[in-house]
Design a protein around this ligand. Structure first.
Ligand SMILES: C[S@@+](CC[C@H](N)C(=O)[O-])C[C@H]1O[C@@H](n2cnc3c(N)ncnc32)[C@H](O)[C@@H]1O
Length: 359
């Protein structure tokens, strides 16, 4: 029997259990590509509410090759994404999976999550190289699945929480927004949060900013499509130098930890927010200690952090690299180091921490 360094005997049963767990992990990794495939080819949408279908029927409805559809369906059935009836050789998308995989208005909508995961994995060979030297890879330097997946991943959570619970958790902010306030949405990406707030508060004006020019171009399109361009302006600018002053509200959604110089960004927020204004910071849910974060949600966040967030920060000046699991204590430290007098956790979900900072 082999003795490993820690002095514990190797347990062959535990070894095989780990190997079989790994088989599940490899299947799940590959299924990320299959979910994006099903989303992009309209396979889930054609299955949703259609009742039991044969591969031929699904192929006909989607215009996809029957042989590919059959293989894809079998992988989906083996992973419990669809149900297979051996008596009829038909496949059904259960209602819960139909909502999670096709209903963009549901907070449970998942395709964006898989899309950003696929984009992160596609770019991972470059991360492996960067890790050897500690170099960074900027957010702008990723495949578009990362940017579009991010928008599609976060939007359902913003739809479910931002207007109904996160903004109301801040002192006096909804009243100001209803009357008419000025808002800077910093690191806004494709502008999902900016457009949503603009739709909810028609008397307020919004400036969305992000250092990534291609994201800002899409944010402008989104505002046009939503009919809010008259009150929403977007600019290409890093968080340390976006324009405007005396904002009633500055927001940062899931981006403070991606920045190279979050303390510099926090100083710029302090300089640009009104004396009685508010800074809303939304960050991934995390405890302060590693041992608080050894769970499935944090596992996904640590992985995104390794492949996206940490390299993003390291690619910028200062390169503080907070990581996507920074936790409340480190965020508080960033905010108070910049000179903010008040900081508190205002709300939370299983996926997010929501902080309020005030001068
Ligand atoms: C995870 S994405 C979140 C995007 C958007 N807030 C959302 O919730 O969909 C992080 C964003 O931070 C932006 N970002 C990173 N560093 C930045 C910086 N120093 N200044 C401004 N934006 C930055 C990236 O370009 C990216 O759009």
């Amino acid at each position: 029997m082999t003795i490993i360094e820690q002095g514990r005997e190797l347990d062959p049963e535990q070894l095989m259990a780990f190997v079989f767990r790994a088989v599940g992990e490899v299947g799940a990794t590959l299924n990320t590509a299959l979910v994006v495939m099903g989303d992009r080819l309209g396979l889930y949408r054609a299955l949703a509410g259609a009742g039991p279908l044969t591969p031929g029927e699904l192929a006909e409805r989607t215009g996809v090759s029957e042989r590919y559809v059959r293989e894809w369906l079998n992988a989906q059935a083996a992973g419990d994404f669809v149900e297979y009836d051996p008596d009829t050789a038909r496949y059904t998308l259960p209602p819960e999976q139909a909502v999670a995989l096709t209903d963009e208005s549901s907070p449970a909508y998942l395709p964006g999550f898989f899309q950003i995961a696929l984009g992160s994995v596609l770019d991972s060979p470059r991360i492996i190289e960067a890790a050897k030297t500690g170099a960074g890879i900027g957010w702008h330097d990723h495949v578009s699945d990362v940017h579009e997946g991010c928008e599609r991943f976060f939007r359902p959570g913003y739809n479910a929480n931002l207007v109904t619970s996160w903004l109301p958790a801040l002192e006096g902010v909804v009243e100001k927004l209803t009357r008419g306030a000025s808002v800077a949405d910093v690191g806004c990406g494709h502008g999902a949060s900016t457009v949503l707030m603009a739709q909810a508060f028609p008397n307020s004006t919004f400036v969305g900013s992000d250092y990534h020019d291609a994201s800002i171009a899409i944010a402008r399109q989104r505002a046009d499509e939503a009919g809010v361009s008259d009150r929403v302006r977007f600019e290409v600018a890093p968080a340390t130098s976006y324009t405007g002053e005396k904002y009633d509200l500055v927001t940062m959604f899931d981006c403070l930890h991606d920045m190279g110089d979050p303390i510099g960004a926090a100083r710029h927020v302090l300089a640009s927010v009104a004396q009685d204004g508010t800074w809303l910071i939304v960050e991934p849910a995390a405890g302060d200690r590693v041992e608080d974060n050894l769970n499935p949600v944090s596992r996904a966040y640590y992985a995104f952090s390794t492949l996206l967030c940490t390299p993003s920060s390291l690619a910028q000046e200062v390169g503080l690299a907070l990581g996507a699991q920074a936790g409340e204590a480190r965020i508080r430290n960033v905010v108070t180091s910049a000179g903010f007098g008040k900081f508190r956790r205002a709300a939370e979900t299983p996926f997010n921490l929501v902080f309020e900072a005030r001068p």
